[in-house]
Design a protein around this ligand. Structure first.
Ligand SMILES: [Zn+2]
Length: 289
């Protein structure tokens, strides 16, 4: 052992003696990996969820559902400066079911529909600020994009290869936004129940569609999606779909009702029907949160 190694050992023994670090502590931290052994002492938290859809290069392309890259960067800076930390839905689930730790001011960023412009404009900014988001994917649209060599990345949807790349970044989690129920007809709005449809018929239609989307997302990302975003925020008022979604393995669902939701530890039901704020060019983030 060299002289400097003896000195290092001496300081370590000194620190352990003073109780500043302990062997047991360092072991439990190693075992915990992501500090999962630590539990959150809060029984309830409020979680603001922001809802985005499309992103564009500059303000000339903005509309109610499209935000420029600059405006999105402004949101990320504002959240950072105000001490917010972006989290994944899976972290909310761990908080409720396992008491896992959450940051003091958590926020969730959701991108609906799975547009390729999410990767083009928003993802580089998430990387720049090391922030997380969840993309709610319409599987049938990603299927079409995957076989469309002329797809426009400004307006088309993510293909499955891009979904895999984003998932591997560690900054994006994928949720389901239905495989092919993202449309409005006279009879049905999104994944809502059709009038006159029996509960068995509705269960079968929802199950077939959502299972297909979960399978495709799992194949692309390696993770089974447990979060669901209701298309158009429209879901059965009697919440008949909640048990169907639970049976499919969904643990958190998002609506489009604009409010902050309270999440209660030990109450998995509190993760169903979370409100979200639609970020439009005219809706200031400071007023939302
Ligand atoms: Zn949508």
């Amino acid at each position: 052992m060299k002289k400097k190694d003896y000195l290092l050992l001496f300081f370590l023994v000194l620190l352990m003696g003073a109780g500043i670090i302990s062997y047991a502590d360092s072991c439990s931290r190693k075992a915990a990996g992501r500090s999962l052994s630590l539990s959150d002492s809060r029984d309830e938290i409020d979680i603001p969820v922001l809802m985005y859809h499309s992103f564009c290069k500059d303000s000339s392309g903005e509309n109610e559902y499209t935000i420029s890259a600059d405006r999105f960067e402004g949101d990320l800076k504002w959240l950072r400066d105000k001490g917010y930390t972006t989290i994944f839905p899976s972290q909310l689930i761990s908080y409720v079911n396992e008491g896992a730790m959450l940051p003091s001011k958590p926020v969730i960023l959701t991108f609906d529909d799975g547009f390729a412009n999410n990767m083009l404009y928003a993802f580089p900014l998430l990387q720049k600020y090391n922030m997380k988001a969840v993309i709610a994917l319409i599987g049938s649209e990603s299927d079409k994009s995957s076989s469309d060599i002329y797809r426009n990345r400004e307006h088309g949807n993510l293909n499955w290869g891009e979904v895999a790349i984003l998932s591997q970044s560690g900054l994006i989690e994928f949720a389901s936004h239905t495989y092919d129920l993202h449309s409005i007809s006279q009879e049905r709005k999104g994944a809502d129940r059709k009038s006159g449809e029996s509960s068995d018929q509705y269960r079968n239609i929802l199950t077939e569609d959502l299972l297909k989307n979960q399978d495709l997302i799992e194949k692309a990302t390696g993770s089974f999606p447990t979060a669901f975003a209701w298309p158009y925020g429209s879901y059965p008022a009697d919440r008949i779909a909640d048990p169907i979604l639970r049976d499919l393995g969904f643990l958190v669902t998002f609506t489009s009702y604009q409010h902050t939701s309270g999440i209660t530890r030990g109450e998995p039901d509190s993760l169903f029907g979370l409100g979200r704020y639609l970020r439009t060019p005219s809706f200031d983030i400071e007023k939302i949160i």
